[in-house]
Structures are given as structure tokens and as C-alpha cells.
Design a protein around this ligand. Structure first.
Ligand SMILES: Cc1ncsc1CCOP(=O)(O)O
Ligand SMILES: C=C1C=NC(C)=NC1=N
Ligand SMILES: [Mg+2]
Length: 216
């Protein structure tokens, strides 16, 4: 399998749903099925936070959600846990600045998708050099989902990255919803990634569909 092309990566990033057991009040499997029916283009299993599952339970939920993604041909990305990603033979991993260095992770995962979080131009440039396929930039708007989120930067952070010639596929993250998704795309992002706008929606399928429309 070869590395994902930049164009294919941009398509996959359109509506990038991220979820773990901590983020939703309903069964994660049901939420994922409905989100896929609504049109998400990529999924990330992010089991993180105070009451996150660990060990066997974390592996089991990952396996269950991966099977749903495989059934619907949606790539399955694992957050932080590179060993779990390899164990599950996931389609890729997403790492933050405090995780293993991206160049080491690239060596471990071969041609799988590698996403890196970047909050500054320097972090973005470093991620490109170290072999990332996309960068997650944010938080764009204020979010309650990530306890230690940095200060929201607004869409201008993505705009400034593009102006400085960062042309790697970019997905915005942080407090993104149907009302503000358009601004994120207009700033130069290839897609939006969301947790609560889908996880906590009254109608998960409809929310995913509206988010997709907002990125068109
Ligand atoms: C993982 C992460 N990284 C920056 S903000 C954030 C949380 C995004 O969650 P939400 O879409 O609910 O604001
Ligand atoms: C922190 C993150 C930033 N961006 C993405 C896409 N995922 C993450 N977990
Ligand atoms: Mg991380």
C-alpha cells in the first residue's frame, strides 16, 4: 500500500468525526453508525480523558468501531496510541506535540495515514518535514471537550499558515459546528473535525449531513 495522496487526503478530511466513550451519552457504535449514514468522510477513535477506557476494554471498543468503519469503507484513525493502531491494523494514527515524535511514528507505521496536531507555523512546518499526511489545526473556536485545550486562535491561524506557504492538507478542530464550519473552510482548511457537534446532537445523522453541507 502506498502513502495516501494529498488530494485523497483532502477528500477524507472533509467531515472528520472524532469520538471516544467519554464524549457521548449513547452507545458509541450507534452514534458512529448514524454519523456515517449522515456522510462523515473519516473517523478517529480518541479514547482520552478522566474516565477513558484502558487496556482490554479500550481495545474492544476500538475493534467494534473499526469493524463499523470497515463495513462502510470509512478509514479508521487511532488517536495517540500508536501501539493500538498497529495492533488493530488501523488506517492511520493522529498524534499531538506531546506524543512520540512524528518521524519515529512514521517509521513505525509505514505508509499508514499520519496526522499531527499543530498550533503554530513552526509546528506545522516540522510536521511536514517529518512526514505527516495532514495536520489538525486548532482550537479554532472555544471548546469544552478537551480539558487542556490551548487558547482558541480563530480561523486566521489557518489563513496565516496558508499565507506562509503551508500547503499540506489541513483540518480545523475545536468548537466547530454547523454555524461556523463555513468560516473554517473559507480560511483555507480542507475539512473540519468535530467531536461534540455530532456526539451530542439530538439527531446525529442530520447533524453530520448539515456539517457536510456546510463544507461544500
Ligand atoms: C481534540 C481537540 N483538539 C483541539 S480542540 C479538541 C476538541 C474538539 O472537540 P469539539 O469538536 O467538541 O470542540
Ligand atoms: C488533537 C487533535 C487535533 N486534530 C485532530 C484531527 N485530531 C486530534 N485528536
Ligand atoms: Mg495526543
Amino acid at each position: 500500500m502506498a502513502r495516501v495522496s494529498a488530494n485523497k487526503m483532502r477528500e477524507l478530511l472533509k467531515v472528520y468525526f472524532i469520538m471516544g466513550s467519554v464524549n457521548c451519552k449513547r452507545k458509541p457504535a450507534d452514534v458512529l453508525e448514524e454519523a456515517i449514514a449522515g456522510g462523515i468522510t473519516l473517523f478517529q477513535y480518541r479514547e482520552k480523558g478522566a474516565r477513558a477506557l484502558t487496556g482490554e476494554e479500550k481495545w474492544r471498543l476500538g475493534k467494534e468501531l473499526q469493524a463499523i468503519c470497515q463495513k462502510h469503507h470509512i478509514p479508521f484513525i487511532v488517536n495517540d496510541d500508536v501501539d493500538l493502531a498497529i495492533e488493530l491494523d488501523a488506517d492511520g494514527v493522529h498524534i499531538g506535540q506531546e506524543d512520540e515524535p512524528a518521524d519515529l511514528v512514521r517509521k513505525k507505521i509505514g505508509d499508514k495515514i499520519l496526522g499531527v496536531s499543530a498550533h503554530t507555523i513552526e509546528e506545522a512546518q516540522k510536521a511536514v518535514v517529518q512526514g505527516a499526511d495532514y495536520i489538525g489545526v486548532g482550537p479554532i473556536f472555544s471548546t469544552n471537550t478537551k480539558e487542556d485545550a490551548k487558547k482558541p486562535q480563530g480561523p486566521k491561524l489557518i489563513e496565516s499558515m496558508r499565507k506562509q506557504g503551508i500547503d499540506i492538507p489541513i483540518v480545523g478542530i475545536g468548537g466547530i459546528n454547523i454555524a461556523n464550519a463555513g468560516q473554517v473552510i473559507a480560511s483555507g482548511a480542507d475539512g473540519i473535525s468535530v467531536i461534540s457537534a455530532i456526539c451530542l446532537a439530538d439527531d446525529v445523522k442530520e447533524s453530520a449531513a448539515q456539517l457536510k453541507k456546510a463544507t461544500m
